[in-house]
Design a binder for this molecule. Structure first.
Ligand code: SF4
Length: 428
C-alpha cells in the first residue's frame, strides 16, 4: 500500500501586504497610507437631540470608536452639530465627527457654516447627491465647501441607493455588447464606477487625493468582496470597508466578519465599520466591540486583553466555568478605558479560562494567566498558570473571585508602574 503523501510546507501564513493607499487625516486620526486600520461607528440618535447624541458619541468613543458618524438630515440636525462638538470637547472627547449627508447636504452645509466647520469629514452618497442636471452642481457645492473648510470627504456608494443613471447606462451598454455579462456583474461595476467617477470629479474640482476616502457598500458578502477588490485594484484612494445592512445579532456579525476578514487578509481596507442592527434596547457599542475583535483576532491591532475559553462539553457539569469566563471578559472590557492609561501594554494580555484537564493546563500555559477548572470526576481543584508555569491551585467556593483577584494582581505587577513579576518567584 502506498504511503499517504505529505505535501511540503509552503509557509503561506499571514495577510497579504496592505494595499498602498493615500493617507487622509480625519481630525486627529490618520486613515490609510499604512496607518493602523481605524475603527469607526455611527450613532442612531436623532442628531437634533444634542444631549442624546453627545451621550451616544461619548459611549461609542469610550468603547474604542476612533471616529463617529452622525446623520445630518435636516436643518435642526445641522444646527445641533456645533453644540454636539462643543459638548464633547468639554468632556475631553476629541474623536472626529463625521456628518452623513443625503439629498440636501449641499444646502445644509451652505446654510449652516458652523456645522460645516465643526465636522471633521463629510460623507457624500453619489447615488443621491442630486439628480439629472442638478447632480453636478450639488456635488460641486459640497466639494467646494469641503475645500474651503479644509475637510476630507468620504464618497460612499451604496448598493441600495446606487446612481440609477450610471446603472442604466452600463446596463444598456452591456445589452448592446457582443458578450453581455449578467446583471449582477454590471451592478457591481456600476458601484465601482460610481465611487471612482465621483472621486475623479472631486479631483477636477480641486480636491486633492489626500482628502478623499472611498467606499462601495453592498449587503451580500460575495458581491462586497468582488466590488472592493476591484476598487482597490483600480485606485489608491484610502478605503472605508463595511457590509451594509449586515443585519441583527449573529447574522450581522458573521456576515460582516466573513466579508471584511477576507478583504483585510487581502490587504484591503484602511478603516472599518460593522453595521449591526441593534436588538430593541440593545447596546450600540456592540458594533465597536465586534470591529475591534475582528481586527485583534486577525492580528492587525490590539485593543483589549483576549480571554480564551473552551466551549465546554459533557465534562463541564456546572456553570462555574461559563460564569467565570463571562465575568472576566466583562470585567476587562469595563476596566479598559482606565487601564489604557494606568497599565500601558495591557491590551496584549492573554487570559485563559478552561473547563477541564483535557486542554485546560495546556491552553492555560500558552496564556499570560490561565485557569483550568475541574471537570466532572476531577478533584475539586483549579490550577492557575502564570507565564507558562504552575502558580497556585485554587479550591473551594471562592475559586472565581480568587482567580479574578490573581488577574488583577498580575496586571498590576506586569503593567503597573512597579516592577515586573519576578520570574517564577511565587510559583507553587
Ligand atoms: S477543555 Fe475540557 S471541558 Fe473544555 S471543551 Fe475541552 S474537554 Fe470539554
Amino acid at each position: 500500500m502506498n504511503k499517504p503523501e505529505i505535501l511540503p510546507d509552503t509557509d503561506i501564513a499571514g495577510p497579504r501586504p496592505r494595499h498602498t493607499t493615500t493617507q487622509v487625516m480625519v481630525g486627529n486620526v490618520a486613515v490609510g497610507g499604512g496607518a493602523p486600520i481605524v475603527v469607526q461607528s455611527m450613532t442612531n440618535t436623532d442628531t437634533a437631540d444634542v444631549k442624546g447624541t453627545v451621550e451616544q458619541v461619548a459611549a461609542l468613543a469610550r468603547a474604542g470608536s476612533e471616529m463617529v458618524r452622525i446623520t445630518v438630515d435636516r436643518e435642526e440636525a445641522a444646527a445641533a452639530v456645533p453644540h454636539i462638538r462643543d459638548a464633547l470637547r468639554k468632556r475631553g472627547i476629541t474623536t472626529p465627527l463625521i456628518g452623513d449627508f443625503h439629498y440636501i447636504g449641499h444646502k445644509l452645509l451652505a446654510e449652516y457654516p458652523d456645522c460645516a466647520e465643526a465636522l471633521d469629514k463629510y460623507r457624500i452618497n453619489p447615488g443621491n447627491v442630486g439628480f439629472k442636471n442638478k447632480r453636478d452642481t450639488q456635488f460641486a457645492d459640497i466639494i467646494e465647501i469641503a475645500n474651503k473648510n479644509d475637510k476630507p470627504v468620504r464618497i460612499g456608494a451604496n448598493w441600495g441607493s446606487l446612481d440609477q443613471e450610471l446603472l442604466t447606462k452600463l446596463m444598456d451598454e452591456n445589452t448592446a455588447s457582443a458578450n453581455p455579462r449578467d446583471a449582477r456583474a454590471v451592478t457591481r461595476e456600476a458601484m465601482v464606477q460610481s465611487a471612482l467617477l465621483s472621486a475623479a470629479r472631486a479631483q477636477e474640482l480641486g480636491m486633492p487625493k489626500n482628502k478623499m476616502i472611498l467606499s462601495a457598500k453592498v449587503s451580500a458578502v460575495q458581491d462586497l468582496i468582488a466590488v472592493y477588490q476591484e476598487l482597490a485594484r483600480r485606485s489608491d484612494y484610502a478605503i472605508h470597508l463595511g457590509l451594509t445592512e449586515a443585519g441583527m445579532g449573529s447574522k450581522g456579525i458573521v456576515a460582516s466578519s466573513a466579508a471584511l476578514g477576507i478583504l483585510l487578509q487581502d490587504g484591503i481596507g484602511d478603516t472599518i465599520r460593522i453595521s449591526l442592527t441593534p436588538e430593541p434596547g440593545g447596546d450600540r457599542t456592540l458594533e465597536v466591540q465586534v470591529a475591534q475583535e475582528l481586527l485583534q483576532t486577525m492580528g492587525f491591532r490590539t485593543f483589549v486583553p483576549l480571554v480564551a475559553a473552551c466551549p465546554g462539553c459533557g465534562r463541564t457539569t456546572s456553570t462555574t466555568f461559563q460564569e467565570l469566563a463571562r465575568s472576566i471578559q466583562d470585567f476587562i472590557r469595563d476596566e479598559m478605558p482606565t487601564w489604557k492609561t494606568k497599565y500601558p501594554g495591557v491590551e496584549t494580555l492573554n487570559v485563559a479560562v478552561m473547563g477541564c484537564i483535557v486542554n485546560g493546563p495546556g491552553e492555560s500555559k500558552h496564556a499570560n494567566i490561565g485557569i483550568s477548572l475541574p471537570g466532572t470526576g476531577e478533584a475539586p481543584a483549579a490550577p492557575v498558570f502564570v507565564d507558562g508555569k504552575k502558580f497556585r491551585t485554587l479550591r473551594g467556593p471562592s475559586i472565581a473571585a480568587d482567580f479574578k483577584a490573581l488577574v488583577i494582581d498580575y496586571i498590576d505587577q506586569r503593567y503597573g508602574s512597579g516592577a515586573k513579576l519576578p520570574e517564577g518567584a511565587a510559583a507553587e
